[in-house]
Design a binder for this molecule. Structure first.
Ligand SMILES: [Zn+2]
Length: 756
């Protein structure tokens, strides 16, 4: 009954906002007159970024390995600094000292039933000129793996997620005292050793399965873009979702040179068991030696073997040891002071460090950022003056786990809380469709920007192409209908895995993450083969999507920086909250139904009846059916939000002719102040349960997903992890934040209504 009501309400609430469509000439947040000037500046801006410049920047930045602490990482920071200055921007380097382990000992060997020692080495490729830079390449490893020397039987655990261990339990397999081997993918890689340790494993190997990013998909490098037999995905294994990203020794505050630091043994984000990544060339003999039950069908990959779960005769020795040194990270920061509202900041960033040469990750995004900065410099020379302050950031230390951006945010937390209106992030870029993720108060403005960018391949707008492709790919008639009727296609929520995390999750700054993707299959992620040769042969070889990214992000920066009224919109936001509320109620209902059914089948003896005695399985344990939760506070808060958003939209439309009227300057300042506060209202000082660094109550990386967002995380993870009293408390806490948000939107509406 309650659920039906919720669905009906969502349905009714979805439409009112499209009634207030702005006229095609006017831009959201600008008066009619200033819309015209702004359009001229934006058009000029979009004409400036040049693919050839981006190609040359990439050639330079990816010429040598440039991981944290390496000589070329420092050189790149200085090169970017010089570029910013050459473009006419005021720039400097800000340095932090962070814990960054690098490998000292790496060993994987099979002792029984036969001897095999893993190569743990990516071979040079003659046609690819940077793969031979052996002395500067970081060996293949997982950063922040604890040191360890362990020997045990091997067990294959699929992707190594909690539900995989449930399945293992049904097969009667325990990983206690074992070394697990997991496939890369479907979660942040640090989740795999974490869940393995929770189940009693003593070590963890992660391999790249050819079905996921190897020959199953396309030809392997250098003939094609996919991972070859010895290609390895490096990467951080830090358990940041349950503690914090950034330097493990300075959680919550900046890693400044003389700041206090935790003892390494007290650093919560370092793994509990040793972990090492391997290629499928190295994984195949290990997997082939496994006995025990045949792996469930969905677990099997594309290697020419029968995938068994184990254990069996396979006994493996894993040894990992790192140098646990502090290393400098060099963030390059450039500023363009605002002419009218210098205390309102638009922050834009992309990292510059890589695991090795990193042409795709991160240089393909960094070169777009550089062309934007050059274009802004050009506009300044032509007389453009941004209303707000613009800050461009080239982050260091993103790969180990958002070190440069997190330490910068923690160091400047007070100023950023006061001044930052929005943070716009990019990372690697490729061919395909614009991927939009962000705070939902920005969903409208991002859809508007995408309507002004031309797709390099079809000539239609980026928005149109995305919209039609989404209709084409939609999974249900209902989804297609929503896409056709909704003014703005939905924007994804922010999870983590790149530099917006501290801005959004720790401080509550409205954030965006943008990039083109979907047409470049790739299997070179975090390997020595992610280099200029690969990128210019298999990805955006003409750099036209690089230009499209610079145009998209630059237009967003200009619009956010110049609008008289920050172009936030709350109708889409309120609609998204309604959607989350519906999802959460369904999540609980589905879980109640599933457990009820499972209990019934246990009582009936259905598991026993269906079992093949030659392949016996263990029936699941009886579980208590989850209790009903009171979603009324969330429902009420969402309705209040919808009403406030509706009022704001009316006031906003009525005030458009008054926003550039000088007599209203003080009120407009106060209005923007309130708008900046809206995202802050969604945070709580106490943070999320058991992970207080994460303050945002609507968006967070999942404790068991990492990259993937959990929206309304306190409630959603409460239900998922059987913490029902906690979920109910979280409903109340989120509802309070949403009501506070509605009150701030109402204040903003009052200001708009009082303009002269
Ligand atoms: Zn990256």
């Amino acid at each position: 009954m309650k659920r039906v009501c919720a669905l009906l309400l969502t349905f009714v609430m979805m439409f009112p906002f499209s009634l207030f469509a702005e006229s095609p000439d006017s831009l959201r947040g600008f008066s009619l007159t200033s819309s015209k000037t702004q359009r001229d500046w934006e058009t000029k801006f979009r004409g400036i970024p040049q693919p050839n410049n981006m190609r040359e920047y990439m050639r330079h930045l990816s010429a040598r390995p440039h991981h944290v602490g390496s000589p070329y990482d420092k050189e790149n920071a200085e090169w970017i600094l010089a570029k910013f200055k050459e473009f006419g921007l005021d720039a400097h380097i800000e340095t932090f000292d962070v814990l960054f382990p690098t490998p000292k000992v790496r060993l994987v060997e099979m002792l029984e039933p036969s001897k095999f020692t893993a190569k743990l080495d990516e071979p040079t490729i003659a046609t690819d000129p940077t793969t031979n830079q052996k002395s500067e390449q970081l060996p293949t490893y997982n950063a922040y793996s604890i040191d360890g020397d362990v020997t045990g039987p091997l067990v294959f655990v699929n992707y190594g997620l909690p539900k995989d261990y449930e399945e293992l339990e049904r097969l009667g397999i325990s990983v206690k005292g074992a070394i697990v081997i997991a496939k890369y993918g479907n979660s942040w890689r640090g989740i795999k050793p974490k869940v393995a340790a929770e189940h009693g494993a003593i070590g963890c190997l992660i391999y790249s399965e050819p079905k996921d990013d190897g020959y199953f998909e396309e030809n392997v490098f250098p003939e094609g873009p996919m991972r070859n037999a010895q290609g390895v995905q490096r990467g951080s294994a830090m358990d940041f979702p349950s503690s914090n990203p950034g330097d493990p020794l300075t959680p919550g505050y900046g890693a400044t040179p003389n700041g206090k630091r935790l003892d390494i043994k007290n650093a919560a984000s370092i793994t509990k068991i040793p972990v090492l990544p391997i290629s499928y060339g190295d994984a195949q003999p290990l997997l082939a030696a496994l006995k025990g039950p045949v792996a469930p069908e969905s677990w099997r990959g594309a290697l020419p073997i029968t995938y068994h779960v184990g254990p069996g005769a396979a006994k493996v020795h894993l040894k990992v040891q790192s140098n646990w040194d502090l290393k400098p990270v060099n963030d390059v920061i450039a500023k363009i002071p605002g002419a009218v509202a210098p205390d309102e900041w638009i922050v834009r960033g992309n990292h510059h460090d890589a695991w090795v040469n990193g042409a795709e990750d991160p240089t393909s995004g960094q070169v777009a950022l550089l062309e934007e900065a050059r274009a802004l410099g050009e506009l300044l020379k032509q007389g453009w003056k941004p209303r707000r302050t613009i800050i461009y950031c080239a982050w260091d230390g993103e790969e180990p786990m958002l070190l440069g951006s997190t330490e910068w945010v923690e160091t400047h937390a007070d100023e950023l809380r006061k001044h930052a209106a929005v943070y716009i992030n990019t990372d690697g870029n490729g061919r395909g469709f614009l991927n939009l993720e962000g705070s939902h108060s920005l969903e409208r403005v991002m859809n508007d920007v995408a309507r002004d960018i031309q797709d390099p391949e079809t000539g239609m707008t980026v928005w149109n192409r995305l919209h039609l492709a989404e209709i084409h790919e939609a999974k249900s008639a209902e989804d297609r209908a929503e896409l056709r009727r909704r003014r703005d296609p939905r924007m994804g929520a922010l999870g983590s895995g790149t530099d917006y995390t501290a801005f959004v999750d720790h401080l509550g700054i409205a954030g965006l993450n943008l990039g083109f993707e979907g047409e470049t299959p790739q299997g070179i992620y975090h390997s020595i083969y992610d280099d200029f040769y690969w990128y210019t042969h298999f990805s955006d070889s003409e750099f036209v999507f690089g230009r499209a990214l610079a145009q998209t992000v630059g237009t967003t920066v200009l619009r956010m920086a110049d609008a008289e009224v920050l172009p936030f919109e709350f109708g889409n936001f309120a609609d998204t909250v309604h959607k989350y509320n519906t999802e959460l109620q369904k999540l609980l209902k589905d879980k109640q139904d599933q457990i009820t059914e499972q209990n019934k089948q246990l009582e009936e003896g259905a598991y026993k009846a269906a079992d093949d005695p030659r392949k016996p399985t263990v029936p699941p344990k009886h579980k208590d059916v989850p209790p009903y939760l009171n979603f009324a506070p969330l429902q009420n808060a969402a309705d209040t939000l919808t009403r406030s958003a509706d009022r704001y939209e009316r006031a906003f439309a009525a005030a458009q002719s008054k926003v550039d009227n000088g007599t209203n300057a003080t009120s407009i300042n106060e209005l923007n102040r309130q708008l900046i506060e809206t995202e802050r209202a969604l945070t709580s000082d106490a943070g999320l349960p058991r992970r207080s660094w994460y303050k945002h109550l609507l968006y967070a990386p999942g404790v068991y997903t990492g990259y993937q967002p959990k929206t309304v995380p306190g409630v959603r993870e409460g239900i998922e992890q059987d913490r029902y009293p906690e979920a109910e408390q979280e409903i109340v806490r989120v509802s309070k934040a949403l009501s506070d948000e509605a009150a701030i939107i109402d204040k903003a509406s009052s200001i708009l209504e009082s303009l002269k």
